[in-house]
Design a protein around this ligand. Sequence first.
Ligand SMILES: *Cc1c(COP(=O)(O)O)cnc(C)c1O
Length: 438
Amino acid sequence: MQFYSTNGQCRHASLEEAVMTGLAPDGGLYMPERIPVIPRAFFKNIGEMSVSDIAYIVATTALGDDIEASELKQIVLDTFSFDIPLRRVGADNIYALELFHGPTLAFKDVGARFLARIISHFSRPHHEEVNVLVATSGDSGGAVATGFHKVPGVRVFVLYPERGLSAMQRHQFTSLGDNVYPIEIMGNFDDCQRVVKEAFVDKELREMMHITSANSINVCRLIPQMFYYFYGYSQLLHLGNSVDDGAVISVPCGNLGNLTAGVLAKKMGLPVKRFVAANNANSTFADYLASGVFTPRPPRRTMACAMDVGNPSNFARIHDLYEGSHEAISHDMHGYSLSDEAIASEMRRVYESEGYIMDPHGASAYCALRRDLAPEETGIFMATAHPVKFAKTVEEVTGTCLKADVESVYPKNISEHHETPRITPSLPALKKFLLSAT
Ligand SMILES: *Cc1c(COP(=O)(O)O)cnc(C)c1O
């Protein structure tokens, strides 16, 4: 499979180049040159298949020529080491696809685990350690660090701001050790991101060590996210639904990576009736769907904080997949912007009437789906984070106490805080640290 850049100003890249560089040299995002369609026969017995069987078939169809089958099979098995159940929520035809049973309790585990193994695969023949730099404001640090933990040939450096992370978020990458190096930056998240960007363009550093990025622009974080859309459909059939034209699928949107993966799955042949794009108060994409005008804005803080994105990076990919046609995009998906009040009131109502606890991100997708779904349709919403990951908000809104749930999914004492190095937010300080760690 070859990949082109959404900016169209550079030559095509192999999978290896696309993965190991992350961003195309012209600043665009990599896209597969061709989207292979899965034969219809596959869908006949998909209802009886496991997530890793489905993932393996979709992966070989998409990447078959680039990675040897047995290796790809192992990567898929290692990625999906946890279940992704589909649960009916209440009496309506609404189901939650629970993507949060992985090690860091959020759907980003899927992309991070797959990417880590693909990077390890491509770095092995070169006998050179790959150093992955990631700046985090909370969730992606844990997912990336856990995904890369103990993966041979790879070291991961997590840069995080001194303030703003919860104890649990910090614990997810400071407690691992081995090939995971947390670095506290004396500054805010923007400082972390700036230092990482400076490292990537520093010639001296690049000559001394192989560095790459594990953020969501990397196409190998996107590809594995297609797999669970197929698995959601499979479980819908398994539960006895007849949905020949597919379900309506609602996605809580931040950088639009998850939604882009859904669109790719549909283009590979998955029956999807339409998508629903749920924004929180950061409504850039919902506004685009309504008006045809894309206007990035600075992000605002909301209770669904992982979706606080004002300039979603994967918009370029969605735009590209529909050849820039707003008409085609808005035919395939409907957008909604949800206020914190709307999200909280549905979290409360669903808990009180159905006994189902949603986190604020999944709840945004649920709200949007309820508004969009016709009575005779079947809907799935992507539940992207475990409620205990946002325990404080969930407890405040619903009046429940999640302590027992926190302990069941998170047995370690999260107050223990490992000493991590602290550096000033500057490239010389980071370089000194990276070189001394080698
Ligand atoms: C990152 C994240 C999102 C947004 O996903 P995108 O792929 O960036 O659109 C939604 N929910 C949770 C819990 C997240 O961590």
